[in-house]
Design a protein around this ligand. Structure first.
Ligand code: COA
Length: 237
């Protein structure tokens, strides 16, 4: 059974256990509809990596930079990993050259932030246009529900941005659905600004039509061009 099917089955079991059969049926219908045709709008955020670092508000939080699948597997052996983390996807990202910042309290993994430092890793998400301008951080960051609103994401992402700065990057991006208020508020506080917005029409999970619109007043023609046709360009960093 493929990792993706396993992931879906475990998600279905979780919904069945926590929300019941009707909720599972409704969610299955929504997924089917999305597979046939999915229209979504998202915000594109940019950071010049110049915000001051964020202090950690949680006692005993330990942060680790994970760069290989093997290290991540070791974490699976050594720590408790709660529901909601997408371990299969994070492993695949590592295989494709992304790196992860993992946060722990005691023997529990409580947060993961991804840094897409490779073009191959970006291909998991359909936002590859962002790569020409810098690296994308946190597209699928996750904090375990018991530890939300305690500053884990802010602290970990701030460390991830510092990592990029130290590696010589000058910019970072994030792309998030417009209705994800938690991420919007969180990244704005970390010094990102709304660069633009985009829409995506996807059908049968294969055919994708995507268009983007810069919102920043000073966005140069070159940047606009790269944003539109960026897949063909090398990273500027
Ligand atoms: C988005 C997410 C990672 C935030 O993690 P977190 O550790 O709770 O975030 P933090 O405690 O560091 O929050 C930092 C800031 O983000 C904003 N924020 C976080 N959660 C919020 C929410 N539910 N509603 C509104 N603002 C929120 C707040 O401004 C917060 O600062 P404050 O608590 O001082 O007001 C977490 O809610 C999550 O895992 N959500 C599900 C997965 C997801 O949507 N990921 C998106 C990809 S980044």
């Amino acid at each position: 059974m493929s990792a993706r099917v396993k992931q879906r089955l475990s998600k279905a079991r979780l919904i069945l256990r926590e929300e019941g059969r009707l909720a599972l049926f409704k969610k299955a219908l929504v997924s089917l509809k999305q597979a046939l045709c999915l229209y979504s709008c998202y915000n594109i955020y940019e950071s010049a990596l110049d915000a001051p670092p964020v202090a950690c508000k949680v006692n005993d939080l330990v942060l680790k930079l994970v760069t290989s699948e093997k290290e991540f597997e070791q974490i699976g052996n050594d720590y408790l990993i709660g529901e909601g983390f997408n371990i299969a996807r994070d492993k695949e990202l590592l295989r494709l050259g992304a790196v992860l910042y993992c946060a722990f309290i005691g023997n529990e993994l409580i947060h993961v932030t991804q840094i897409f430092v490779s073009r191959r890793a970006h291909k998991i998400y359909p936002f590859s246009f962002a790569m020409p301008f810098g690296h994308t951080v946190g597209l699928a960051a996750f904090t375990t529900p018991n530890y939300r609103r305690k500053g884990c994401h802010a602290y970990t992402r701030s460390k991830a941005l510092q990592y990029l700065r130290e590696k010589g990057s000058s910019r970072a991006w994030d792309v998030q659905n417009k209705d994800n208020i938690a991420v919007r508020d969180s990244v704005i506080k970390l010094g990102y600004y709304l660069w633009g917005e985009g829409c995506r029409l996807r059908s049968f999970s294969r055919f994708t039509l995507e268009w983007t619109r810069p919102k920043m007043p000073g966005a140069s023609r070159r940047t606009r061009f790269l944003l539109r046709w960026g897949k063909n360009y090398q990273s500027a960093d």
